[in-house]
Ligand binder design. Sequence first.
Ligand code: GLY
Length: 382
Amino acid sequence: MSIHFSVLADKAGGVIVPLDQCPARMGGMRQWDAIVIGGGAIGLSLARELQKRGRKVLVVERGEPGREASHAAGGMLAFCEPHLAPPLRALALESARIYPEFVGEIEAESGLGVDWRREGCLALDHDEPGLPGCRRLSADEVRTLEPRLRAVNATWQYWPESSVDPRALVAAVEKAARVCGVEMITGEAVTSLQRSDGQATGVETARGQYDAPVVVNCAGAWAAQIDTGSAAVAATRPVKGQMLAVRPATPVLRHVVRTPQVYLIPRSDGRIVIGATVEEAGFDKRTDPAVIQRLHDAAAEIIPELGEAKIVEAWAGLRPGSPDGMPILGSTAVEGYFLATGHYRDGILLAPVTARVMSDLIDGRRLVVELEAFAVERAIRA
Ligand code: GLY
């Protein structure tokens, strides 16, 4: 069933009204300055940024905001990943640089916490990223930092990465977006881009048409499903990740831990998230108990207490993959139609910088990060 609500911004924090009573919809008018397709971390962050810069923004979400890749994500802000391509490294570093400001703003605007943890990451048997703050650890240091870790004599590094709880983050960004006036339609999939004379004019869903001269496709793994006529179709695909969360009886971990087999992300409520598979399985989000068990066993190899810990949840999500593993960010041959998708394993990290650079691009401002490497032309289907 479709749910049509909007929050009209007010200083008290927003009032929910049926969308048909929104000013933009009254009298049959359905005109916005910008439409964002997709209410995940990327779409909501961009919608909030555009609205704060003075545009009237509508988000059209096929399901519920933040319930797909953002809901499934681990939340490691993994800018130290050793083998990032240089343009992606630059994008990741810029996003990590502005993350404190982003978190501060959305927590203040929403009144919600995002469990931003800054203890850092211990990485086992990884190449050195060569970034400030990254260093090799002695066995004694590993023991001091994480007394329960096994294999302390192996090659461990400290990386200055933080983490957030992506579910909390996306709830906070959604509320912050609504509070600043972003309108949202949920339970309604965009089927096609509307255009006239080479200019975007809005989007169409099974229920109707919504007009705007700017449309940004932030539909993640579903980005390719929007009919754009002969215009750019994002070459995104779903890349499945299975994960679980356990709750040990006593706290056993403070840092994020990454090994070549598994990663462990502690949450402040005592859960530890264990991930993740990388599977080409289409839009299948089922979990396989044997796979979940393998992940759990891999975690227990690193911290034996985790083997005894109760599994509180197992789930799978669909990362938006792109042909070269890098995001697709930019304008298209249709004036006013933009893509901001394909963030693959880094959507939570890259949400703030994506919101900023895409807003700058749409506003015609100077970009803080070069976008050539992320250009739409390299990642579209004919
Ligand atoms: N960002 C974590 C993952 O993709 O598994």
